[in-house]
Ligand binder design. Structure first.
Ligand SMILES: CCCCCCC/C=C/C(=O)SCCNC(=O)CCNC(=O)[C@H](O)C(C)(C)COP(=O)(O)OP(=O)(O)OC[C@H]1O[C@@H](n2cnc3c(N)ncnc32)[C@H](O)[C@@H]1OP(=O)(O)O
Length: 359
């Protein structure tokens, strides 16, 4: 559910009760989101270079570009809620550099050396994304966007990066409930994709093995994608009676050109890591033997760069596309609303469950 005007007012009041000063960077972000939520895009003339405080405020607001008022309101409310919950957990005292930040059922999330690592952790199911995992990734991304790390990494535990949407998400649901469950699940998927679109810090995928479906499409929303040479990239949507999501109907044609994107997204062509790299979906491929060592050494060096500078540069690169991406996400999601329970989609799941059909 989107935050209302009342939620915004409550969040403003909650901020006044916050015991710990969240620091200037967060305060500027809150100021900018509040202005955007209440007045829309920045409408003040740019202050002079010596008017430091007003200039910082102006820049924070102006950086939000044409972010819709409703999104700014939601982001303000989310930010305040994460500040309140992190101040509660820090008041319980949890020192230590490499600490698990929150208890998740499907993820392992750690923060160390300026890097928050979100590891998909259902290796026995090839890291298939069940409803719990969608929710937990949303929470983990929101927490990572506010923590003091410089970069955020998504990776998988085990031999797969992820086998994509869990095909059993709707099984064990009674016929009377399935429509409602599908509708709510797709709302969750839309929010999930939205978090990747809005993620404010450099977001890096460390693709440790094969990736399928939504785990592939989302890569177009990452800032860097490193892959092991064991990784493959497969979006078998048509065979599953499904359609492109994760904004891939927009990002893939932009990244690799429309014909290559069509071969992947409509005809389900599986790419090797080298092919995905040649087409611009992957930044760099590493031999599996040295993958972890090389990638983490590089990321630790990147994470030493000034955090705020990276964040602002990412915004400069990505912000003008945000509105478009949100509208693509809404459109793709509404197409899936119409087809996720079609005969083709249901039969594909039945085939998978009866172990007759594998990729
Ligand atoms: C919530 C609303 C959602 C709407 C979103 C719709 C958009 C769709 C996005 C997508 O992501 S589509 C892609 C979906 N994924 C697949 O089709 C992959 C299906 N899996 C496979 O084909 C194979 O499992 C594999 C990935 C090729 C691996 O084969 P392998 O022989 O190496 O291992 P398995 O024995 O098959 O798997 C081990 C274990 O893991 C379970 N599992 C694997 N993938 C999934 C999955 N996607 N969903 C659920 N479970 C999965 C598999 O059943 C095995 O479990 P057990 O039998 O050992 O219990």
């Amino acid at each position: 559910m989107r935050a209302s005007q009342k939620d915004l007012e409550n969040a403003v009041n909650q901020m006044k009760l916050l015991k710990k000063d969240p620091g200037n960077e967060v305060k500027l972000k809150l100021y900018a989101l509040y202005k955007q939520a209440t007045e829309g895009p920045c409408n003040m003339p740019k202050p002079g270079i010596y008017d430091l405080i007003r200039k910082a405020k102006w820049e924070a607001w102006n950086t939000l570009g044409n972010l819709p008022k409703e999104t700014a309101r939601q982001n303000y409310v989310d930010l305040v809620s994460s500040l309140c919950s992190s101040s509660e957990s820090s008041s319980q005292g949890k020192p230590g550099a490499d600490r698990e930040q929150l208890r998740y059922e499907t993820l392992v999330v750690t923060s160390e050396d300026g890097i928050t690592k979100i590891m998909l952790n259902r290796p026995s199911k090839k890291n298939a994304v069940n409803l719990q995992m969608y929710q937990e990734i949303v929470l983990a991304l929101k927490a990572a966007s506010q923590d003091d790390s410089t970069i955020t990494v998504l990776t998988g535990n085990g031999d797969y990066y992820s086998s994509g949407n869990d095909l059993t998400n709707f099984t064990n649901t009674s016929p009377g409930e399935i429509q409602e469950k599908a509708k709510n699940s797709l709302i969750l998927v839309r929010e999930f994709v939205g978090c990747f679109i809005d993620f404010p810090k450099p977001l890096i995928a460390v693709v440790n093995g094969p990736a399928v479906g939504i785990a592939v499409t989302l890569l177009g929303l990452f800032d860097i994608v490193y892959a092991s040479d064991r990784a493959t990239f497969h979006t078998p949507f048509s065979r599953l009676g499904l359609h492109p999501e994760g904004c891939s109907s927009y990002t893939f044609p932009k990244i690799m050109g429309p014909t290559k994107a069509t071969e992947m997204l409509i005809f389900g062509k599986k790419l090797t890591a080298e092919e995905a790299c040649a087409q611009g979906l992957v930044t760099e491929v590493f031999p599996d033997r040295t993958f972890q060592k090389e990638v983490w050494t590089r990321l630790k060096a990147y994470a030493k760069l000034p955090s705020n500078v990276l964040r602002i540069s990412k915004q400069v690169i990505r912000n003008r596309e945000k509105e478009k991406l949100h509208s693509v996400n809404v459109e793709e999601n509404s197409v899936l609303q119409g087809t996720v329970l079609s005969d083709e989609a249901v039969n594909a799941v039945m085939n998978f469950l009866s172990k007759r059909a594998k990729l």
